[in-house]
Write a protein that binds this ligand. Structure first.
Ligand code: ATP
Length: 264
């Protein structure tokens, strides 16, 4: 694995306040750790042995072009696809082979590509389903209020059927529903896929806001520029392997990243 965009590079070039925040996160405990992960479809290896980790409070972006293996990695982490070799640890324990529903209860929550909202239910009902693992009614109501503050559009439409909302609004709903489960790590798979530029801006703003609220996030994105601007650290995935990693701003400056993903 290349380490061109090293942590030391970042600490010498970022302002001291950012650097202090970055150092605090870098010293944070590892919540999610993927080691030597391999995932295949039949005989075809889509993920060929990847290692990465996400620490408490971080926003980590996993970037790469179409077919690099990003979605496959996310599905293997959350138990929606069987992992082959390697291990996946969440909160210090192996979760390999565990099912997605089970992991939501432990705080590992994914917003999948394509959102997966319940189209025939209202916005409020979708959000309530996000909290299905909880029975603390007052806290659930407080969390729903917090989601409505983060996503005012959802409050405006709270009694509307989810299927009648735009793609961007459904993405907000999917993120709001995931937040109702009080994730310890939130996995976002291509949240801006298929959205208009204005809606993409809105979604990136919301991802930043949720991160600032203290939620740990692993973001998979094809928009490398925006994803690295938001992130603390980044990983670049190509043909099933991690080929670069490091401080997100250092990756943004890396000529190889600029040539391959930023069209320069
Ligand atoms: P994208 O941005 O297009 O979603 P990605 O980086 O998320 O790309 P994956 O969707 O993980 O990539 O795909 C990795 C590889 O696995 C690709 O070669 C893809 O064709 C293959 N693949 C994905 N899903 C399946 C499937 N259900 N059956 C067979 N091969 C698959």
């Amino acid at each position: 694995m290349s380490t061109t965009a090293s942590m030391s590079d970042a600490t010498t070039t970022t302002p001291s306040t950012t650097s202090a925040a970055a150092q605090a996160k870098a010293a944070g405990k590892t919540l999610l750790k993927v080691s030597g992960l391999r995932v295949g479809y039949g005989g075809i290896q889509a993920v060929k042995g990847v290692d990465f980790e996400v620490r408490e409070g971080e926003l980590v972006s996993l970037i790469g072009s179409n077919g690099a293996g990003k979605t496959t990695t996310m599905k293997a982490i959350t138990g929606t696809l069987p992992a082959g070799a390697g291990d996946i640890e969440f909160l210090g324990r192996s979760i390999k082979g565990r099912g997605a529903w089970d992991l939501v209860g432990e705080g590992l929550v994914m917003v999948p590509e394509g959102r997966g909202v319940f189209t025939r239910m209202t916005i409020t009902e979708n959000l309530q389903i996000g909290a299905y693992i909880r029975n603390d009614k007052a806290e659930i109501a407080a969390d729903m209020e917090r989601v409505f503050v983060t996503f005012p559009r959802l409050r405006e439409r709270k009694d509307q059927l989810a299927g009648t909302m735009s793609g961007g609004e459904q993405q907000m709903l999917a993120m709001g529903r995931a937040l109702m489960a009080r994730p310890k790590v939130l996995l976002l798979d291509e949240p801006t896929m298929g959205l208009s530029p204005i809606m993409c801006d809105k979604i990136f703003e919301v991802v930043q806001a949720v991160s600032t609220q203290g939620v740990t996030i692993l973001l998979v994105e094809q928009n490398a520029n925006r994803a690295l601007q938001l992130a603390d650290r980044g990983y670049v995935m190509e043909s099933g392997l991690i080929t670069m990693d490091g401080d997100a701003k250092a990756l943004l400056r890396d000529p190889r990243v600029r040539a391959a993903y930023l069209g320069e």
